[in-house]
Design a binder for this molecule. Structure first.
Ligand code: CDP
Length: 223
């Protein structure tokens, strides 16, 4: 039996706060399964848009999400969510239409409920895949999905710096609008969970942020 510790790392934060690049680097350093839950909300939104359903049509969305079949495809160290057996292409989930709709879709309790068990189930996926743990990023990981995770972080940065980073990645994204919607919604609003370590990444590069988060992770894993 494998008696090595298995660690869950939760990283929450606003749009373009540095979650994804930090999570990817930690995944590589400690062999953790990387789970980007934003991509799940984006994929669900893309499928709804394909079906011609408006982002605020709560009744139709509720009916549709209940029927979605969700499965996981591991590529490298990352968990991708398939919907009815299909991985929705990256260009589609990161395009302008999804950027504009995703926060409305993610605010609906029925959508969050449909993804809850699936997200928690990634722990089993990581264990079965031989990973030493998982690093999951999103908006409510340390508060709702894994509130007892031993390592919980909340990344933030000045709005101007975040806008600069997103522009550098290319693409059209009104991150301030999404943050406003994400922070003010009733269901699992974006906020630093109690007991989580808040990290301001405005004046720190990726390497510095990764080094900071690595210390407690290494301690928990005993490496
Ligand atoms: O990459 P970026 O930070 O711009 O966003 P993302 O992590 O891909 O998330 C896209 C959207 O999904 C967010 O603006 C939220 O509306 C929603 N989301 C959420 O509600 N809960 C999560 N755990 C993750 C994302």
């Amino acid at each position: 039996m494998d008696t090595r510790p298995f660690l869950i790392v939760a990283i929450d934060g606003g749009a373009a706060s540095g979650k994804s690049s930090t999570a990817r680097a930690l995944s590589a350093r400690f062999h953790l399964l990387h789970v980007d839950t934003g991509s799940f909300y984006r994929a669900v939104t893309a499928v709804l848009l394909r079906r011609g359903i408006g982002a605020t049509d709560a009744a139709r969305i509720e009916a549709e999400v209940a029927g979605l079949r969700l499965s996981t495809h591991i590529a490298g160290r990352s968990a991708g969510m398939e919907i009815n057996g299909e991985m929705i292409p990256d260009a589609e989930i990161r395009g302008a239409a999804v950027n504009g709709a995703v926060s409305h879709v993610a605010a609906l309790p029925a959508v969050r409920a449909a993804l809850l068990a699936y997200q928690r189930g990634q722990e089993g996926v990581a264990r079965a895949g031989g990973f030493r743990g998982l690093v999951m990023e999103g908006r409510d990981i340390g508060s709702v999905i894994f509130p007892s995770a031993p390592c919980r972080f909340f990344l933030h940065a000045d709005p101007a710096e975040r806008a600069r980073r997103r522009a550098q990645e290319g693409g059209q994204d009104a991150i301030a609008v999404r943050d406003q919607l994400d922070s003010s919604r009733k269901a699992a609003p974006l906020a630093c969970p109690e007991g989580a370590v808040a990290v301001d990444t405005t004046h720190h590069n990726l390497e510095e942020v990764v080094a900071l988060l690595s210390r407690p992770i290494a301690e928990h894993l005993g490496v």
